[in-house]
Each structure stands twice: as C-alpha cells, then as structure tokens.
Design a protein around this ligand. Structure first.
Ligand code: KE4
Length: 421
C-alpha cells in the first residue's frame, strides 16, 4: 500500500490540489492530507497504518458512525438489485415520505445529489415563484459552490480567504446581498433598499465559520421580514438537518421556513441532497410546474436505501443523550485548553462544537475571524499526531456521532492535555 505522501504526490499530478474538495487538502493548517484506507464507527484508518478518532465524520453525514452495519448491509442488498434505473423506484417514495414526516416545514420534496444542488435549486424556485432576482445570504455562511452563493462565503471559501472566486460573473454577484449573521437590522436595511429580494437563505445554526448559534429572535425576525416583503425564507439545513434534532433546527427553534435544503446525513454517506417546502411552491418544479431542475442520479436506489436506513436508525436514536455527552466533552476540552492560558470560546449545540482560539464571544464571521488561526493549526497538528482527526480548518465544526465512545472522548482529552500551545 503506497503511503499518504506517495499518494498525495501522485494525486497532485492528476487532481487539482490532489483532492476532490479543497478543504481536504489541509493547506490552511500547513499539513498534507492523510489518505484513508477504511473507516468504521468513530475511527479512520490511514493507508500508513494509523488509527484516528474522527471528529470530521465526512463533514457531517456520518452521525451513526462510519460503516454502520445496518446502513452498509442495506446498501449492499440494494446494489445487488442494480445501481441506477433511470426510472422511479419504491425507495424514492419511501424516502420522500420519511423526509416529509420528519421535517415540519417540508410538505413536498425533490431529491438531488448534493447540498450545492439543493440550494441552487431552492434559489431558482424562489426566484421563479417571486419573479425577483436578489438573494440575501450571511457572511461566513456557506451554501455550496453555486455561483450565487460564493460571495462572502464560509467553509473552504473562508478557509482559503478568497473574497469570492474568479469565474462568477459580476452580474451574478450583483444579485447576492450579504449581511452579518445575527444582524436583523442589516437585513431590514437590505429590504428597504431593494424591492427585488426573492429569498433570504440562512444556516439556522451556522456551521461554516465554525459553529455560530442564532441569537434569540434572529430566526423569528427573518421569518417576519421575509413574510412582510414577499420573499421566501430558505433554511439551509444541509448540516443541521437530522443533526441538531431529527426534525432539524426548524423543529428546535420553532420556525416555519418556506423552503428547506438538506444533504449529508440523509444520504448516509452516499451523494444525496434534497430541497423541499410548502406544496404551493414545490408544485412549480418540473414536470408538475414550469421551473426546471433535473438529475441523472437523483433518487438513486442505492443512495435512497442507505439514506432510509440512516433515517430509520436515527428516528430511534437518543439525540438528547448524545447532546449531553458532547456538551460535557466540549466543556472539558475547553477547560483543559484554558488551563494552559489559551484564549478559548466554545460554541456547542447537539453533536456539533467549535473551539475558537479567541477570548471574545463568537456570534458572526467578524468575531469568528478573531480566532488565532496559527494556534488552531498547531492544535490540529498536535491532535493529529496523537490520533485525533479534527477539521483541517478553524472555520469548520467538530462532529460527534452515536459511535463515539467514552474511550474516544477520553483519548481526545488526554491528547489535548499534552498540547503545549
Ligand atoms: P455539498 O455540495 O458539499 O454536498 O453541500 C454544500 C453545503 C451546503 N450547505 C451547507 C450548510 C454546507 O455546510 C455545505 C457543505 N459543507 C462543507 C463543509 N462545511 C462541505 C465540505 C467540503 O466542501 O468538502
């Protein structure tokens, strides 16, 4: 088996940056990526023979843990019936039924193949329904790599510090209006200045500038402003859907969005995204309606089987128990680092956490950027050397799962204790 270094050297001659998604390159933390031979439960096993407790969990999908036996067996069985039919199958109906039953704001849903497709399609629908062109997004939020969303984006765009990206026409960016997260006045001002806003898209809990929680009243305010001005409220729940609760963040905060975007967890590790919402809007989507969206592998029978098995297992899972374990672990981790004299702000909800190396509260992108990125890079490198896989960017989250054991968490705390800063 070639080593990670050998694989990365070859990959870089064949794939841009040697990776199929930028943040995996570990550039912002000054490391080369580890190549993974296999994963199981809470662990990654590298081609170099190392075992790591994983807190990336494929950037969110693996809430049940890697290679969950039930999901794996279901996918295997589905594979034997053929990988893709190009025609409807029962699993698509069952998946739609499960999503509609779980997510309060979704009356009708369309499956796609990624979170990016979900948000792109939801925005097209909002523009088609309202006849307006502009979209409001929040600095530090990331909604995939669709042109409209790359202004002031989070995740990899923030990680690499690029203001946007070449290749996005100015005319496209012109329709993208941005506001600081948690700043309702800024959103109200945008609505006062523009009568052309089709939608506000928001991560109801932001996970792409590190974890940032909605301030009390923020989401309610967005609901009021969009209703008042005839714009659609789009909840991007690609991270939070089935993560912060089985019904997503909207079920926790009691907000009724017009459209909801999903991804990650609903595919159980397979490429799946979805967008859904009020029936009167979704019925505008082709072929029932006149707003076009399509996908060769959308509703793929294998992915639907894996996604359904995932949702079925999660429908019986102890979310409260995992949240409590995650909170205790996160507080202990923050205390260990603070005891070293390091500035630490901890943001946590459910099975998601981010430690910011700053001494101020982190409530938006500007405050998230006060975190000491060089210190985070050192922390990342130290933890990886001690068998713990954290996100290779301070603008991402750490995810626990139902597969993380107390031994995993204790090992992580022990590794943090030996961090010199
Ligand atoms: P994908 O197209 O990567 O499936 O989903 C895009 C997306 C949309 N909305 C939210 C809230 C998201 O977090 C994402 C993707 N998340 C990043 C990590 N935070 C994906 C990691 C990567 O780009 O490799």
């Amino acid at each position: 088996m070639p080593t990670s270094a050998e694989l990365f050297a070859k990959a870089r001659t064949l794939i841009p940056g040697g990776v199929n998604s930028p943040v995996r390159a570990c550039k912002s933390v000054g490391r080369d990526p580890l190549f993974i031979a296999r994963a199981a439960g809470s662990k990654l096993f590298t081609v170099d023979g190392d075992e790591l407790v994983d807190f990336v969990m494929s950037w969110g999908p693996m809430l049940l843990g890697h290679a969950h036996p039930g999901v794996t067996e279901t996918a295997r069985t589905a594979m034997l019936k053929g990988a893709s039919y190009g025609a409807p199958c029962p699993a698509e109906v069952a998946m739609a039924e499960a999503v509609v039953a779980a997510v309060p704001g979704i009356e009708m849903v369309r499956m796609v193949n990624s979170g990016t497709e979900a948000t792109m399609s939801a925005l097209r629908l909002a523009r088609g329904v309202t006849g307006k062109s502009a979209v409001v997004k929040f600095e530090g939020c990331y909604h995939g790599h669709g042109d409209a969303f790359l202004a002031a984006a989070g995740s990899g765009v923030a990680t690499f510090g690029i203001p946007g990206t070449p290749g996005v026409p100015e005319d496209t960016v012109r329709h993208t209006l941005t506001a600081p997260y948690n700043d309702l006045d800024a959103v109200a001002a945008l609505f006062e200045a523009s009568g052309d806003i089709a939608a506000v898209i928001v991560e109801p809990v932001a996970g792409n500038m590190g974890l940032v929680l909605p301030a009390p009243g923020f989401l309610e305010g967005l609901r009021d402003l969009t209703a008042k001005h005839g714009a659609l409220l789009i909840f991007d729940e690609v991270i939070t859907g089935f993560r912060v609760a089985y019904g997503g963040a909207q079920s926790v905060f009691g907000i009724d969005p017009d459209l909801t975007c999903l991804g990650k967890i609903i595919g159980g590790g397979f490429p799946v995204g979805a967008y859904g919402g009020k029936r009167r809007f979704m019925q505008r989507i082709s072929p029932e309606g006149d707003i076009y969206q399509a996908g060769t592998l959308s509703g793929n029978p294998v992915a639907m089987a894996a996604g359904l098995a995932t949702l079925l297992a999660l429908s019986k899972a102890d979310y409260a128990g995992l949240a409590a374990r995650t909170q205790s672990f996160a507080i202990a981790l923050a205390d260990i680092l603070r005891a070293k004299g390091l500035p630490v702000t901890l943001n946590h909800i459910a099975s998601i956490l981010t430690l910011f190396f700053t001494d101020q509260p982190v409530t938006d992108f500007a405050s998230a950027k006060t975190s000491d990125s060089a210190l985070y890079a050192r922390f990342y490198g130290h933890m990886r050397a001690h068998g713990v896989n954290l996100a290779p960017s301070g603008f991402e989250c750490a995810f626990t799962s139902f597969a993380h054991t107390d031994a995993d968490l204790d090992k992580t705390l022990a590794a943090a204790r030996s961090f010199a800063g």
